[in-house]
Design a protein around this ligand. Structure first.
Ligand SMILES: O=CC(=O)O
Length: 405
């Protein structure tokens, strides 16, 4: 945006369509094309002046602000905008915005979780399936050329971690699958009583085991690494935060035959799933937790040591919310010790830094904060921002108003 154009707009103090764009210089701002015909955009990044002096010099009349991506919006910046009434976040999460100050000032906020809900939910469920079925790990297995060498996946390379007790199973067909209940029996070397089925579901007699040609080493905590807990049907999934994203997750998982429960700020009267007032109890009744809630002072490290212990050795954590929801150091330790079954993580506490210990684990799927990014969701969020601004300047009801805690 040309500086001269900015100057001209600024002369029109009190322009009802003046919108301040708050963004980090590194972000390209593609909304311009949609918004410019309708609003006068004031963009400090395109001004030669430093952002703060630009704001204090020019922004007295700004009533609406678009906060682009994760650009921090602090109380200090908000103080420079005495007339501000509306903050439009282009993101689902608003942990980069001083929501407490907005609430104190009576500033309305909108966010983008409705625009991103379907894509974020698709991604969360995909991560869950991947962790349970080891798709990424199996892909790596093939890429590494291991199939012809080692026989069928899985033959993990991480079986010798200290602190695990091992049982031994010998069997003929590497394509064999083991049901989870019988797999538990293998643990502790109760081989004669265990039930194995090959990939056609045919029950195999224990004596077959003796004449087998592949040795597999299994620990209870690593059963999940083999995809032995893989089937989705009947699994209990706890959704943390049943907002627009969580609700889409629940729809998808119901179709897979999972049973859903949730925890949320408040119980949702029209939702049929069991509600847990706290995440600890939800974890104790779940095979997996899917984190879809926003990060706030109330939810930071909501997934802590106690919750992971309650989720248990085969439990899985999926996080498409924010890294800070999970005590990441604890999660790493739980995963390394095999005290939790796996994790699918799209978000991290110190992005873009991801704990290196996780790189080697086949029961962990890592993704670079990518859940919401499709061309459709970007278009949807642009449309949502436009709709909200238009409604605001014509005194109509806004869409996607953020509910302060
Ligand atoms: O993580 C993405 C978002 O909050 O929009």
């Amino acid at each position: 945006m040309a500086v001269e154009a900015n100057q001209e707009w600024l002369k029109s103090n009190g322009d009802p369509h003046l919108v301040l764009v708050h963004r980090l210089p590194s972000f390209s701002f593609q909304l311009n094309d949609i918004l410019q015909p309708h609003f006068r955009l004031l963009d400090p990044v395109d001004s030669p002046e430093p952002a703060c002096s630009f704001l204090s010099n020019h922004a007295q009349s700004v009533r609406a602000l678009i906060c682009v991506a994760n650009t921090p919006l602090t109380a200090e910046t908000l103080n420079l905008l005495p007339s501000l009434e509306l903050v439009v976040a282009s993101s689902a999460g608003v942990d980069h915005i001083d929501t407490r100050e907005c609430r104190r000032r009576g500033i309305i906020m909108t966010n983008a979780s409705t625009a991103f809900a379907e894509d974020a939910a698709d991604y969360a469920v995909t991560l869950l399936i991947d962790v349970w079925r080891r798709i990424s790990a199996a892909d790596r297995f093939i890429h590494a050329g291991l199939w012809p060498v080692k026989g069928g996946y899985p033959l993990g390379s991480k079986l010798n971690r200290s602190g695990h007790r091992y049982g031994f199973v010998v069997f003929r067909r590497h394509s064999m699958s083991i049901t989870s209940s019988s797999a538990y029996k293998i643990y502790g070397l109760i081989l004669p009583r265990c039930i194995l089925r090959n990939s056609y579901g045919v029950r195999l007699a224990p004596r077959l085991l003796v004449h087998s040609d592949i040795l597999l080493v299994i620990s209870l905590s690593l059963l999940a690494s083999f995809g032995l807990h893989g089937c989705l049907g009947g699994k209990r999934v706890g959704i943390v935060g049943l907002g627009s994203i969580g609700s889409e997750v629940s729809k998808r998982l119901e179709a897979f035959g999972c049973s859903i429960a949730y925890s949320s700020r408040k119980e949702k009267p029209r939702v049929p799933y069991p509600y847990y007032t706290n995440v600890l109890e939800l974890a104790a009744h779940s095979d997996a937790l899917v984190l879809c809630c926003s990060l706030s002072e109330h939810t930071r490290h909501i997934i802590n040591k106690d919750v992971m212990t309650a989720l248990g050795k085969t439990g899985v954590i999926i996080n498409v919310g924010r890294g800070g929801l999970v005590d990441e150091k604890e999660l790493v330790q739980f995963l390394l010790r095999g005290d939790i079954g796996g994790a699918g993580l799209d978000v991290f506490e110190n992005e873009p830094d991801v704990p290196r210990e996780l790189f080697e684990l086949d029961n962990v799927v890592l993704s670079p904060h990518h859940a919401i990014f499709t061309s459709e969701s970007v278009e949807a969020v642009h449309q949502l921002i436009f709709t909200n601004l238009k409604a605001f300047f014509s005194n109509k009801p806004l869409q996607s108003v953020y509910q302060f805690e």
